[in-house]
Design a protein around this ligand. Structure first.
Ligand SMILES: *Cc1c(COP(=O)(O)O)cnc(C)c1O
Length: 412
């Protein structure tokens, strides 16, 4: 199997069969069920090779050419390549590729621009704001004074007039745009205009759409936001990790906010894997992929609506769909359980109206597997059947096995 090179797998199996079985079992789970979690994807074997490389052994606090450890001459080149590729890919003046995760990138952005106690305006958590956008369970809610804007209960769209009114009323130090569950494009120019009107920084948390941006399938926040935070493992299809993009004038502040303010040694194997992923994302094949992700999501959203689910905002511009399964007779939590039993894996999410949970799903992973619009219609039919008739879960599970068998994530 290309993803678990024979030699390494044999070594692990000989030394620790218990863990070897788990690794292979997880590969089998991912390959035989439908991965519709909007934040997940399948990285390439090349990305996995970088992640499993001896760069994992290297300590490298600091930045290329200015490290606290010796022996960094090779990993310095890897990080410079990652930074240069990220800057070129997103037309950004500066890129920091050391953030360990999307949340770490947001923490560093706040550290670069804010002081504890500052007011920040962000999408409220009940509407799809991320934990780092002011959750009381997260550092963000503890250390900053978050004010939440929302979405329109009818249309599900961000209420821009409310954003403007709250910005005028609260005079935030920063405004955050971006969400974990918003299916439409963000109007970055409008957020910039509102931020300028009240003298706030604009932070775009583009963790979800950044892969579409890389492929030219979604508008870029880079020219509008003071700082763009992102993940590298969602639609972008790289290793699990974060990234920050900004203009030259904030470069030093952002770098210091990542190291030494919020992180220690950089994970050089992950940074090398990010470089590999940025290289892949710069190809015409990735651009075609990103556009197919959106085309698939549009077809899937329309097919789910035809099955009776209430698709939020009436559709999607991106890889992401949120929908209320209530017209099928169940809430999101029950639906997620029935779907998992049938091998269809997705998340629950908040809905713009009411307290019931909805479903959040995305097309990044299934599109990487090579599935197209025909398969999206089939997935919608299987999903609706599994939700409506849990007794048929077993037969849906068999159909999912057949479908995924024709589109292996790691062929060979
Ligand atoms: C996924 C996500 C993050 C955080 O990513 P992690 O790598 O899980 O920390 C941050 N913000 C938004 C909007 C996200 O969707």
């Amino acid at each position: 199997m290309t993803v678990t090179p024979a030699r390494e797998t044999d070594v692990l199996r000989a030394q620790d069969p218990e863990l070897a079985e788990l690794l292979l079992g997880e590969l089998a789970r991912q390959s035989t069920t439908l991965q519709l979690i909007a934040a997940e994807n399948f990285t390439s074997p090349a990305v996995l090779a970088a992640l499993g490389s001896p760069l994992a052994n290297k300590y490298a606090e600091g930045y290329p050419g200015n490290r606290h450890h010796g022996g960094c001459e090779i990993v310095d080149v890897a990080e410079r390549i990652a930074v240069d590729r990220a800057k070129a890919l997103f037309a950004a003046e500066h890129a920091n590729v050391q953030s360990h995760s999307g949340s770490s990138a947001v923490l560093a952005a706040y550290a670069a621009l804010l002081r504890p106690g500052d007011t920040v305006l962000a999408l409220g958590l009940p509407y799809g704001g991320h934990l780092t956008h002011g959750s009381p369970a997260n550092f963000s809610g503890r250390w900053f004074d978050f004010v939440g804007y929302g979405v329109d209960g009818e249309t599900g769209l961000v209420d821009h007039e409310q954003v403007r009114a709250l910005a005028r009323g609260h005079r935030p130090k920063a405004i955050v745009c971006g969400s974990t569950a918003y299916p439409r494009h963000t109007d970055y120019a409008l957020f910039r205009e509102i931020a300028d009107e009240v003298g706030a920084y604009l932070i775009a948390d583009a963790a979800h759409p950044i892969g579409l941006v890389a492929g030219g399938a979604a508008p870029t926040p880079v020219p509008y936001a003071d700082i763009v935070c992102a993940t590298t493992h969602k639609v972008l299809r790289g290793p699990r990790g974060g990234m920050i993009l900004c203009g030259a004038e904030l470069a030093e502040r952002v770098d210091r906010a990542v190291f030494p303010f919020t992180q220690g040694g950089a994970q050089m194997h992950t940074i090398a894997a990010k470089a590999v992923a940025f290289g892949e994302a710069a190809t015409p094949a990735f651009s075609a992929y990103a556009h197919q992700v959106v085309a698939n999501a549009r077809v899937l959203a329309a097919a789910l609506a035809a099955e009776g689910l209430a698709v939020t905002t009436g559709g999607t511009d991106t890889h992401l769909i949120t929908a209320d399964p209530f017209p099928l007779g169940v809430d999101g939590r029950t639906a997620r359980g029935r779907l998992a039993a049938a091998g269809i894996i997705l998340d629950c999410c908040a809905l713009p109206h009411g307290d019931l949970r909805g479903l959040r799903l995305g097309t990044a992973a299934v599109t990487t597997q090579g599935m197209g619009e025909t398969e999206m219609r089939r997935i919608a039919a299987l999903l609706a059947l599994a939700v409506r008739e849990p007794g048929r879960g077993k037969s849906v599970r068999e159909e999912v096995r057949e479908l995924t068998g024709r589109f292996p994530p790691y062929p060979g």
